[in-house]
Design a binder for this molecule. Structure first.
Ligand code: UD1
Ligand code: CA
Length: 480
């Protein structure tokens, strides 16, 4: 980590504007609650802002604010909420944000809830530049290939200060040709911001108060306004519709994968591999194509995951292999092998060197060290000891239509193929279940349980049946 976060003064407050409707998302969900890499846009924004360690972090909510507030209470309970009653523009949003910060002095950073790729370090650099230049306001600016829709940064003739910001729809043809844009992210001196906001007027055809007009107002009052240039313009790209949501998601994923690859993870096909922001990977993990790692998944050194595997909140131990598997809230121990075609549901815990194989579904199941559940099994509500073999097609019948019960299988037991273990039932250590048994009673340690119809063989039955079925053979003697 570079050390540029030190040596700057404290940031008094960050105000995150997140009250807008996000109409173009065409969603019943507020825009800032849509997710990228497993986190909402507002959670990304709060995380970036938190890098500044501000005294106060204020999120301005408005449209569908109950949903946004409830979400923030979960993911960022320490943030303050400010309510913007009517959507009267970005100037009005910041005014609402400052209303809860009476008498605030020092640096106030303003940012947006819909710029998910923005990195905390960029804000740290913005604040450092703001303070070094002694500015009353500093605009985070960047040069983009297509500036359509953005406010343009109008510099003084000598280029050092920002004179004003012109919105795209109000810009002349000459102004539109400028490719340096306002990212909508700023550092302000609190007093200059407050004075500027107080002087704002609704001078636009949209009937909104533009935060961008504060720039010119500060200049009029003799304040210095600078620009801090962001080289990595992709960080400033917003999300207005689902197309942009997908584009920003893909870019975020590329960045996450790049970080893990540089940290020693092999990613065979970055184009089809998706890793959420909160996932943790050790060096020498290998991710095969079509792998999606979600939530708080963590993977230890040497493990191989994929192809075509989705892990949600799963812990994978060292040197485990997980092939063509779908798993949620499961623990896969070191050296364990899972798949192909396994389904691990919440509460599944595979101990060291155990195996869950093809077409096996497990739920709330503890599978002991070295234990194998190799083929075609439903393993629900099970506690299985070490060194057990569960035969192909075994069913742990855990549900009687009303309640669920647990099955215990002791260490070093053997369950023959196509058995049904009807819970609640306890199979002791070193026990043996004959294939095809329906086990309803406990089996003591070391015993054999046979719970199926006994086989009987009827001599000559086939040939007798054939003769009966063919009347033309009636005259022939059956010598057998
Ligand atoms: C704004 C800037 C523009 C800049 C662009 C960068 C203004 C007037 N223009 O334009 O110069 O290039 O951002 O993306 O500021 N919001 C509220 N309440 C409101 C209106 C907006 O909270 O009443 C929030 C929105 O939810 C959003 C942010 O403010 O998070 C920006 O608003 P938006 O309408 O997207 O501004 P732009 O037109 O993109
Ligand atoms: Ca916008």
């Amino acid at each position: 980590m570079p050390d540029s976060s030190t040596g700057t003064g404290r940031v008094a407050a960050v105000v995150i504007m997140a009250a807008g409707a996000g109409t173009r998302m065409k969603s019943s969900r507020p825009k800032v609650l849509h997710q990228l890499a497993g986190r909402s846009m507002i959670a990304h924004a709060v995380r970036a802002a938190s890098t500044l360690d501000p005294d106060r972090l204020v999120v301005v909510v408005g449209h569908e604010r109950n949903q946004v507030q409830a979400h923030l209470a979960q993911v960022a309970p320490s943030v303050s909420i400010a309510v913007q009653e009517h959507m009267l523009g970005t100037g009005d949003a910041v005014r609402a944000g400052l209303a809860g910060l009476p008498g605030v002095t020092g640096t106030v950073v303003v940012t947006s809830g819909d710029v998910p790729l923005l990195e905390g370090q960029t804000l740290v650099d913005l604040v450092a530049a703001h303070e070094q230049q002694g500015n009353a306001a500093t605009v985070l600016a960047t040069v983009v290939p297509d500036a359509t829709g953005y406010g343009r940064v109008m510099r003084d003739d000598d280029g050092t200060q920002v004179a004003r910001i012109v919105e795209d729809r109000e810009a002349s043809a000459a102004e539109r040709a400028i490719t340096e844009i306002n990212t909508g992210i700023y550092a302000f001196d609190a007093a200059a911001l407050r004075d500027g906001l107080a002087a704002l007027t609704v001078a636009h055809d949209k009937g909104e108060y533009y935060l961008t007009d504060v720039v010119a107002l500060i200049r009029e009052r003799g304040g210095r306004v600078g620009a801090h240039e962001l080289a990595d313009y992709l960080q400033a790209e917003g999300v207005n519709d689902r197309v942009q949501l997908a584009e920003r998601s893909a870019e975020m994923n590329r960045r996450i994968l790049r970080r893990w690859m540089l940290a020693g993870v092999t990613v065979i096909d970055p184009a089809t591999t998706w890793v959420h922001a909160d996932v943790d990977l050790a060096p020498d993990v290998t991710l095969l194509p079509g792998t999606s790692l979600e939530g708080a998944t963590s993977i230890a050194r040497g493990a191989v995951v994929g192809p075509d595997t989705t892990l949600i909140d799963v812990e994978v131990g060292e040197d485990a292999t997980v092939t063509r598997t779908h798993a949620t809230l499961a623990e896969i121990g070191p050296g364990a092998t899972v798949g192909p075609f396994s389904y691990l549901r919440p509460g599944t815990k595979l101990a060291k060197a155990s195996k869950v194989g093809a077409f096996v579904e497990a739920k709330n199941a503890q599978i002991g060290e070295g234990t194998k559940v190799p083929h075609l099994t439903y393993c629900g509500d099970a506690v299985i000891g070490d060194g057990v073999n569960i035969g192909a097609g075994t069913i742990f019948a855990n549900y009687d239509g009303e309640h669920k019960y647990v099955t215990h299988v002791g260490a070093h037991s053997f369950v023959g193929s196509d058995s049904v273990l009807v819970a609640p039932v306890v199979v002791g250590d070193d026990a043996f279940i004959a294939a095809g048994s329906v086990v309803t009673d406990d089996v003591a340690e070391g015993d054999l349980a046979v719970a199926r119809g006994r086989q009987r063989n009827i001599a000559g039955w086939v040939s007798r049946r054939r003769h009966k079925a063919k009347p033309e053979n009636k005259g022939e003697e059956n010598t057998k």
